[in-house]
Design a protein. Structure first.
Length: 234
């Protein structure tokens, strides 16, 4: 579903761009190709998420012969490896070197947060699946379009359900120490209060910790989050 939504958003952005270029009076045949820059982790540990994203968009354009409304589409793909510094280099290459018109890029929160100020300064439309809440807050930009819920929204909604419907009083948050998990725990702290959310930033913590025997936990997973009951650990 997320990959399908991404294709729809890209198509909408391209059509919008076509509408603007048509104001110049030139026909589609006279116009150069629309360049779409794609940056995803296609190698490294996050390639399992990045490669399907790239393949889905390539397939969608391939089915229409890389043409929309008579205008050719040129897709340029770069590998961020899931690294912020490496990703920024790739974004710069696409914008300053390849002169892309639209960016359809990145699922990695760390990379997205690292490149956001630069993309804003370049005034390039950027469509992203990164779940970084900061992209709609401190780093918000009229050129950035995040069409997935943020890590905060995921957590806030489930925290309300656990507190109001399930009656949970205490949360133990076990997660990798990353930007997305740091943002996610804030949603629980908003609902339960800081003192009722015990964050443990490693999957290697001892689950036999005495306080865990009477509480509830939440475990972060890179492909989604769900409440984790103590019975799941048995």
């Amino acid at each position: 579903m997320r990959r399908f939504s991404g294709i729809v958003v890209v198509a909408f952005a391209v059509v919008s761009f076509l509408g603007l270029t048509c104001l110049s009076g030139a026909t589609s045949a006279q116009q150069p190709a629309i360049k779409i820059g794609m940056v995803y982790p296609v190698t490294g540990p996050l390639a399992a998420q990045g490669v399907p994203m790239v393949n889905a968009i390539k397939q969608a354009f391939d089915e229409d012969n890389y043409t929309i409304a008579g205008r050719k589409i040129d897709v340029i793909i770069e590998d961020s490896q899931g690294k912020p510094d490496f990703g920024l280099t790739k974004f710069r290459k696409l914008i300053e070197g390849d002169r892309v018109h639209i960016l359809k890029a990145e699922i990695t929160t760390a990379v997205a947060l690292g490149v956001a100020p630069y993309v804003h300064s370049q005034h390039i439309p950027w469509i992203t699946e990164a779940a970084a809440g900061a992209l709609a807050r401190g780093l918000r930009s009229p050129y950035t379009f995040r069409f997935v819920p943020s890590e905060y929204q995921y957590s806030y909604a489930s925290a309300q359900w656990l507190k109001n419907k399930m009656g949970w009083k205490k949360i133990y948050w076990i997660a990798w120490d990353t930007a997305v998990t740091r943002g996610g725990v804030k949603g629980f702290q908003k609902v339960f209060g800081d003192e009722m959310v015990d964050a443990m930033w490693s999957h290697s913590v001892y689950l036999t910790k005495k306080s865990l025997r009477t509480g509830a936990m939440r475990k972060f997973r890179p492909w989604g989050m769900r409440p984790l009951l103590l019975s799941d650990l048995r």
